[in-house]
Design a protein around this ligand. Structure first.
Ligand code: SAM
Length: 236
């Protein structure tokens, strides 16, 4: 599944998230041992949104980045966009759902004018898109000069003594949890996560792509034994 390309991959990803929407938040907490809030908090902090600034949470899913933004900055103007409408429907019913400006959108063709946002944050988007440079170019386009891009995503497990244990969690633990919590119909989604993580860019490679897209001051920090990374940079 993670090897699919082009429209077939995009259709697969959208259908998969729509199917697991009801159990997505619970699965996140279980897979990460509740650590995911910490990474989202950090991602919103490094977005450095100005007072009453405008932030786009692209691939918002159920809106966790958008909600974290409102928690840190209640006066921010927060937009959440995703192509899986069922994920956003679940998010709309949750806390602060009515404070977020939701939109059905493809990250490769954003329905926003140039220079609309002070920050664009994505969590677990780039690993799923069929064209990373195009997704970064769209984020560059909708950012104001000086605005920040922030990317939270998984990273392929780095070589270490713990790599076999990490792979066991990824390849056995997560698919098993997925089957138990989200049911048989969602089992492929939790096989897709480790597969797409293994095929994704290392933090160094991703930082380079962000620079090539035109961003400056690109930095990153890794978490969870190097299996999670937050990158950030600035549109000059
Ligand atoms: C793993 S979920 C992450 C959701 C949320 N950002 C979070 O932190 O929980 C990945 C999301 O990316 C969305 N997505 C993937 N490719 C996309 C694309 N090309 N355009 C818009 N959304 C996309 C999926 O629909 C899904 O909701």
């Amino acid at each position: 599944m993670a090897q699919l390309q082009g429209n077939a991959r995009a259709d697969y990803v959208r259908g998969m998230f729509d199917r697991i929407a009801g159990r997505y938040d619970l699965m996140n907490r279980l897979i990460t041992g509740g650590q995911d809030h910490k990474w989202r908090r950090f991602a919103v902090q490094v977005a450095a949104l100005p007072a009453r600034g405008r932030l786009l949470d692209i691939a918002t899913g159920t809106g966790d980045i958008a909600r974290e933004t409102l928690k840190q900055q209640p006066e921010a103007r927060v937009h959440g966009a995703d192509f899986a409408l069922e994920m956003m429907r679940v998010g709309q019913g949750r806390r602060d759902g009515n404070m977020i400006d939701w939109a059905g959108a493809d990250a490769l063709r954003l329905p926003y004018a140039d220079a609309s946002f002070d920050a664009v944050v994505s969590a677990y988007l780039l690993r799923n898109v069929v064209n990373i440079p195009q997704a970064l170019a769209e984020q560059w386009r909708v950012l104001r000069p000086g605005g920040r891009i922030v990317i939270l995503d998984t990273s392929p497990p780095p070589d270490s003594l713990l790599k076999p244990l990490i792979n066991l969690h990824l390849k056995v633990g997560i698919p098993l949890l997925g089957r138990l919590v989200a049911g048989k119909a969602a089992a492929d989604a939790y096989r897709y996560l480790p597969e797409s993580t293994a095929l994704f860019k290392t933090p160094q490679e991703l930082a380079r792509l962000v620079e090539v897209a035109g961003f400056c001051d690109v930095r990153y920090r890794v978490f969870m034994l190097g299996t999670m990374a937050v990158h950030w940079g600035r549109k000059a």
